[in-house]
Ligand binder design. Sequence first.
Ligand SMILES: Cc1cc2nc3c(=O)[nH]c(=O)nc-3n(C[C@H](O)[C@H](O)[C@H](O)COP(=O)(O)OP(=O)(O)OC[C@H]3O[C@@H](n4cnc5c(N)ncnc54)[C@H](O)[C@@H]3O)c2cc1C
Length: 491
Amino acid sequence: MKRRDFLSSALGAAALSSIPHKEAFAADLAAVTRTGGETTLTRAEIKEFADSLTFALLRPGSPRYDSARKIWNGIWDSKRPALIAQCADTDDVINAVNFARTHDLLVAVRGGGHSISGMSICDGGLVIDLSPMRTVLLDLPTKTVRVGPGALLGDLDRETQAHGLIVPAGVVSHTGVAGLTLGGGIGSLMRKWGLTIDNLLSVDIVTADGQLRHASNDENLDLFWGVRGGGGNFGVVTSFEYQAHSFGPTSITGGCVYPMDQARDALEFSFEYSLDAPDDVNVVSGMTMTEDGEGAVFVGVTHAGDQRQAERDIQPLLDFGKPSLKAVQPINFVDQQSAADGRNAHGRRYYIKGRHINDFDPTLLDVLVERWGPAPDRFTTMRFVRFGGAVGRVDSDATAWPHRHANWGIEVGGHWTNPNLSEEYVQWGRDYWDALEPYTAKDFYVNELMDEEQDQVSESYGKNYRRLVELKNKYDPTNLFRLNANIEPTI
Ligand SMILES: Cc1cc2nc3c(=O)[nH]c(=O)nc-3n(C[C@H](O)[C@H](O)[C@H](O)COP(=O)(O)OP(=O)(O)OC[C@H]3O[C@@H](n4cnc5c(N)ncnc54)[C@H](O)[C@@H]3O)c2cc1C
């Protein structure tokens, strides 16, 4: 049985209830074009598109349309695409890209659905939904891993850790591998092994012309440079190949929790402690809410080395201040990777963004602590991560990710459930950031985009932006893939 036939029968049977009924195609459909205009898709065009897909084409009224259009950040719950093409293989992706281009549709590309700024969903356009493509295939002799664009970090970690391997990625298990990788990929092992893109060996990508291309250090080198930090600007990636490393199944983690009256001191300590730490030491610090609705400060370390060295490296942290809690222990790495899942639950309304910090000015902490605090129905959160190590040893123009010189990253924001509070809390987030911006760099990690303007995106890419525009002109001159931290073509 051919692969597509197998998928048609296996996935098709599983998804039978979600395949649109004939009557769902009984009418033409109003849709939004690439540039925001109006268009109409005829019943015959939609039917032909649906027939070209192995899996499912959903439209308003289809079973599962409402769940399929929801992404992680509930603030975008009102967005209603005209069509959601759920792709099960590369041919489905090619057909979806060709359909979008032919009908000049607005397109959103969805991997794990964690775009904080809501870029993986749209109003009136076509969503290319890759969530059925969740395979993780290991090649043990070469320690390489091929990952489908719908895979989540938990899928990747579970498969690799079962064989004592790891691909350095993020820290919340329900985040998508695809979007995280294309933006860069920061996480708790990056100081030892670099960003996720530093461990990327190749991609298969469907560009705007509907061609499937392989990009690596040997083939389509320009494209390979661009997908390592340039986000989803150049096409739809259908497969990622990574170099894995021997690690686990436990990591040594250490951490201290402090009451809020020690916030400034503990956070300042985390900057000093992390500045000259060895590459094995990955420091994260921040403020979080406790169950009683109050705040607490934490400084945590994930250690990438052996236990004895970890205990030595973590000791200065354990000796600092008067923590209400302190511990150093081996933790199953897969469990550690899902420890923050609950605090980052799907469907809540999030306003969160990040910036880089090159030079640390301690008065930043006064502003942070002053404005941080509990509010009704709001979970307020912030964290610092230390870059450097292997991240900083790559040249700023070696990949599209230009922030190699950044010393720390800061993320600040909040989340809530009540939609009526969104306006107030989004404004709170914006005001908070207005107060923080004098202390941060202008560049930011594109995967922490929230409501930045286009000129901020180009400025953030710095010297790499010109080369990204050349690539965009070559591979996506009409800006079909525009719902992202956009590289605007100039032709
Ligand atoms: C709870 C949470 C935790 C996070 N933790 C981390 C972390 O530890 N480290 C880190 O680096 N980042 C982290 N992030 C940020 C994360 O990297 C981005 O949100 C990323 O975009 C998520 O990828 P996704 O596939 O889930 O997103 P999606 O919303 O599916 O996609 C985001 C964007 O990526 C592009 N895209 C996705 N798939 C493809 C594809 N196959 N081909 C082409 N373009 C594609 C599209 O432009 C899309 O708009 C976190 C985000 C959240 C919400």
